[in-house]
Ligand binder design. Structure first.
Ligand code: PLP
Length: 381
């Protein structure tokens, strides 16, 4: 059966440009630390990719530290904030991805670092006022700089967060801001200077690059506080021989995503058509993330039908989507994002996420629409 893939926020199909760059980087022995011509060629490939990734977010190339993905980049940012920048407390949006939430909770439990989690509004947006109140409480109880973590766009709802305002607030309080831009990059314009984030994180496979590559973009110079110690790669920030094919694919995907940003209007049109069709079939279906939203994401509930039932029924019909909350074990738990927006647990268990991208077509939307509608009519009976 040919399949309709509408799970780009989990991982996007590899772009042809990324595949070509990745395969080319596999052609010769390639250790960028080697002094000979092969090493120099490898260094050139990494430098090109560094420039492409930096350009996607309007940063200088030297600011990019390559990692194994978004998870490692977020962990590294937290490490830098605490060890290099001396953060005395953590103020983290409760809708953050687990790769921010869990290391933050680990730091709280193991290192006794005070952690404050900030809930979102019903629209999926964490308000600057809520962050300000929490940051104030954090700093009066624990004087000194805090690290504020606010993602640019949420992976489940697509809700876009007020990162530039939060960064301004953090800086006014001598604090730092970590912006997880993993889902936003390649879908909406991302400009480090405008966001003014101290740390920004990216993942290759969310924008059409390979899995296993990502980056931390730091606004300032920091003393290295690596998670992995060993060789001095990535200016001492990340030891280990670079994943050059992954990095080359990441760079090419970043360039292609940037060049293709204009096409996100078409993707938004497809997403809107899908949403309108689903709501025509079931007007009472709740749509989550009603404020500014990524152009590709639709998080919607089917009343009375568990998300895992929907995901399986759609899969049988050849349509791949996610329950927003599916964790790495594949078990579906109520989405922590929807709970942090104040949803009751029962509703949070009924939401699925459709996420489109660079290769999505009108036929994909028609097929998803039909599969979801058939299931809804069957369940309603
Ligand atoms: N941050 C967000 C918002 C994500 O959606 C994800 C992946 O789902 C990550 C971080 C982790 O990225 P990676 O899979 O590259 O580790």
């Amino acid at each position: 059966m040919n399949s309709t893939y509408l799970d780009y926020n989990a991982t996007a199909p590899l772009r042809p440009e990324a595949r070509a760059a990745l395969l080319a980087a596999l052609e010769a022995p390639a250790n960028p630390s080697s002094v000979h011509r092969f090493g120099r060629a490898a260094r050139g490939i990494a430098d090109t990719a560094r420039g492409q990734v930096a350009a996607l977010v309007g940063a200088e190339a030297r600011r990019v530290v390559f990692t194994s993905g978004g998870t490692e980049a977020n962990n590294l940012a937290l490490r830098l904030a605490v060890e290099a920048a001396g953060a005395k407390s953590l103020v983290v949006a409760a809708i953050e991805h687990d790769s921010v939430l869990r290391p933050a909770r680990h730091l709280a439990e193991r290192a006794g670092l005070p952690l404050y989690e900030v809930l979102a509004g019903a629209d999926g947006v964490v308000s600057v006022a809520a962050i300000a109140a929490t940051l104030g409480a954090a700093q009066s109880a624990h004087p000194g700089p805090a690290l504020v973590a606010l993602m640019l766009a949420n992976n489940e709802t697509g809700a876009i967060q007020p990162v530039a305002e939060a960064a301004q607030l953090a800086h006014a309080h001598q604090s730092l801001l970590l912006c997880d831009a993993v889902q936003a990059a390649g879908k909406i314009p991302v400009d480090l200077a405008r966001l003014d984030a101290d740390f920004l994180t990216l993942s290759a496979h969310k924008l059409g690059g390979p899995t296993g590559a990502g980056a931390l973009v730091a606004r300032d110079d920091w003393a290295p506080a690596p998670l992995l110690r060993g060789g001095g790669q990535e200016k001492g920030m990340r030891a280990g021989t670079e994943n050059l094919p992954g990095i080359a694919g990441f760079g090419a995907a970043a360039a292609a995503a940037q060049a293709g940003l204009y096409a996100m209007k078409t993707v938004a049109g497809l997403r809107d058509r899908l949403q309108a069709g689903l709501l025509a079939a079931c007007p009472e279906a709740p749509v989550y993330g009603t404020g500014p939203r990524l152009p590709n994401t639709l998080c919607i509930g089917m009343p009375g039908v568990p998300a895992e039932t929907q995901v399986m029924a759609l899969d049988l019909a050849g349509v791949a989507v996610s329950a927003g909350s599916a964790c790495s074990s594949g078990k579906v738990t109520p989405s922590h994002v929807l709970l942090a927006m104040g949803l009751p647990e029962a509703a949070a268990r009924e939401a699925v996420r459709f996420s489109l991208g660079w290769a999505s077509t009108a036929a994909d939307v028609d097929r998803a629409l039909e599969a979801w509608t058939v299931l809804w009519r069957r369940k309603r009976k």
